[in-house]
Design a protein around this ligand. Structure first.
Ligand SMILES: [Cu+2]
Length: 140
């Protein structure tokens, strides 16, 4: 049996190597980035930002979910978002559009003209509610 085991093991190793090479050949397919969770500066709003793909130079699509302290969606917010690059002290050359898709679920399209570390400076307004939050994101 030993004489059979050795070729089998060699074959398994070869199969594993082939699989590894096949997977690395498909490296262009990237998994969606993990959501970013943060609280607003007043601690009243729970925010979850989910980029639809790795953030890059140009226009990006990001899902933003806003919830209150009881995890209920916060609808009807007027949201303004200013991308800011602290290392260079500049903003984005194109405005960020925001619109609400469904209750508490907003669609954000920030534009970044260069790679690096950016802040998304957010303001939220609704009636007497006025709040701010800043998320830091990496643009590749
Ligand atoms: Cu810059």
């Amino acid at each position: 049996m030993r004489t059979i085991e050795i070729p089998n093991r060699a074959l398994r190793a070869l199969t594993g190597l082939t699989l590894l090479l096949t997977l690395s050949a498909c490296g262009g397919e990237e998994a969606a980035p993990d959501p970013i969770h943060l609280m607003s500066d007043s601690m009243e709003l729970h925010l979850m930002l989910t980029p639809e793909a790795t953030l890059g130079v140009g226009t990006n699509m990001v899902d933003l979910h806003v919830m209150d302290a009881d995890s209920n969606p916060v609808t009807g917010l007027v949201i303004a978002i200013e991308p800011w690059m602290p290392a260079h002290g500049h903003g984005a050359t194109m405005p960020t559009t925001v619109h609400e898709l469904e209750d508490g679920h907003y669609h954000v399209m920030p534009y970044f003209q260069m790679a690096g570390s950016w802040e998304l400076r957010m303001t939220f307004a609704l009636g007497t509610l006025s709040d701010t939050a800043t998320a830091t994101v990496e643009v590749q």
